[in-house]
Design a protein around this ligand. Sequence first.
Ligand code: ATP
Ligand code: MG
Length: 239
Amino acid sequence: MLYQVKKLVKKFGNNIVLNNINLEIAENEKIVIIGPSGSGKSTLLRCLNLLEKATSGSIYYHNKKLNEKLYKSIQGKIGMVFQNFQLFDNLTVIDNLILAPVLNKLKSKDEAIEEAKKYLRQIHLEDKENSYPSDLSGGQKQRVAIIRTLMMNPEVILFDEPTSALDPEMIGEVLSLILEVSKKKITMIVVTHELNFAQEFATRVIFMDKGKIVEEGTKEQMFKHPKTNRLQQFLSNIQ
Ligand SMILES: Nc1ncnc2c1ncn2[C@@H]1O[C@H](COP(=O)(O)OP(=O)(O)OP(=O)(O)O)[C@@H](O)[C@H]1O
Ligand SMILES: [Mg+2]
């Protein structure tokens, strides 16, 4: 099992944001998480990446307790793609791509540059390697952010609403890249409300509400035959 989440609780003050989450994620699963605003989707992803510390409960990664020490030792194996890209604005595209693998001694600088150029060609941005993020469109930035996670040879990538900050005409190019990446043997967990994408991508869909996993299943079960009123209501609101 890649992840085992047991009785995970996260509170901010008195606000119980994750309320006893139990979840197992196998290697190579392609998971979509949906749910209303404030239901805890981002917080769950952030806990899976140790950006947030659980109030109680535990997370196991390859059967080992995910703590700071383990996280350091698996540096880069858990990648994350944010809504707002989080590229380094003062670094060129190529330097954004090679920074982490070179700093972490995963690759030599020459190897990293060669690989970064290969990825840039794949996303048709080879002419942007010396540009700064401010010269890129939102869709271009997000595609660079995605290949930046690939540079670390991740086992899992967590995507938090990767297209929700984009103009509509750029959403497709980013979703296509995510679908392309999904052909690799890599576990992917994507928070998104792009249901057409989810239909193509997901091997499992998870619906969260008020800090709990209310329903989960295949996309067939979840989108065609939702069991709970809450999910039926949510789907009819977003469709
Ligand atoms: N750093 C924080 N400090 C205090 N409260 C927080 C913090 N981060 C999130 N919260 C609260 O936790 C709850 C869940 O937030 P979270 O961002 O996980 O929801 P979400 O499902 O991702 O929502 P959205 O769809 O709007 O992104 C919200 O009530 C939010 O206000
Ligand atoms: Mg969120």
